[in-house]
Design a protein around this ligand. Structure first.
Ligand code: ADP
Length: 247
């Protein structure tokens, strides 16, 4: 692991005070399907600072995806306070929520979610297109991001012409394209063999070393070990919250 100095500003006291990205207080989420009421989150208190690499772990059904959906503004809590980069997200309209999401959050999914008909470059350009970035800037930024994840030589390939690990790298480049405050990844190595999974872990570690804030849901113990902090969820509550091996 690189030492704090090699990781740049985050190793200094200035980096440590560089601020809160996520603040959740007493967050609750209840799903009410009419027949059954499920209390998926039962009071979550969570603060994540800029530059952290957080792994969220826990058994199936513990509330991890629900928490990710709330953090990523894909859904809103039933109760509690949520500030994303100081912005209160409760009470925003669907359009406002979509805008916050596009500006502040980059998503990486287990199943990559790339558009199959278009190239790597065009996939990475998508959020920039939605974000209103002009064509020349879009292309420059997409090239930069694909180079960052080691795919400078695969820009014109379509997803079907790439390996699983390469597809996930394109997805990570796309997640980074809008320079989000956080990157949220849901089981990012779940569909990959161990070698490709290891490659993806290295990409995350590189991004973290360059100052990105990462939150990764994972069952993969070797990915959780790469994080600076491990948050364990059980039955809708945080059971443990402590330093990871990379801290
Ligand atoms: P995990 O990601 O840890 O497997 P989830 O957040 O998906 O856990 O689920 C937490 C609990 O909430 C589970 O009991 C699940 O059945 C329930 N749940 C999740 N999504 C919904 C939904 N849309 N409607 C009703 N219940 C849900």
């Amino acid at each position: 692991m690189p030492d704090a100095a090699a990781r740049g500003v985050r190793g200094t006291s200035e980096g440590k005070s560089s601020g809160e990205i996520i603040r959740m207080e007493e967050i609750r989420k209840t799903y009410d399907t009419g027949k059954v009421r499920v209390e998926a989150l039962k009071g979550i208190d969570l603060v994540v600072n800029k530059g952290e690499f957080v792994a969220v772990v826990g058994p199936s059904g513990s509330g991890k995806s629900t928490l990710m959906n709330l953090i990523g503004c894909l859904d809103t809590p039933t109760d509690g306070l949520y500030l994303l980069a100081g912005e209160r997200v409760a009470g925003l309209s669907r359009d406002q929520l979509a805008d916050v999401r596009n500006r502040r959050v980059g998503f990486v999914f287990q199943s990559f979610n790339l558009l199959p008909q278009i190239t790597s470059l065009e996939n990475v350009e998508m959020p920039l297109l939605f974000g209103g970035v002009p064509p020349k800037k879009r292309k420059e930024r997409a090239v930069e991001m694909l180079s960052k994840v080691g795919l400078a030589d695969r820009m014109d390939h379509k997803p079907t012409e790439l390996s699983g690990g390469q597809m996930q790298r394109v997805a990570i480049a796309r997640a980074m394209a809008m320079n989000p405050d956080i990157v949220l990844a849901d089981e990012p190595t779940g569909n990959l063999d161990s070698t490709s999974g290891g490659d993806i872990m290295s990409v995350f570690t590189d991004l973290w070393n360059q100052g990105s804030t990462l939150i990764v849901i994972t069952h993969d113990a070797s990915l959780a070990r790469r994080a600076s902090r491990v948050v364990e969820i059980q039955d809708g509550r945080i059971l443990k919250d402590g330093a990871g091996a990379a801290a």
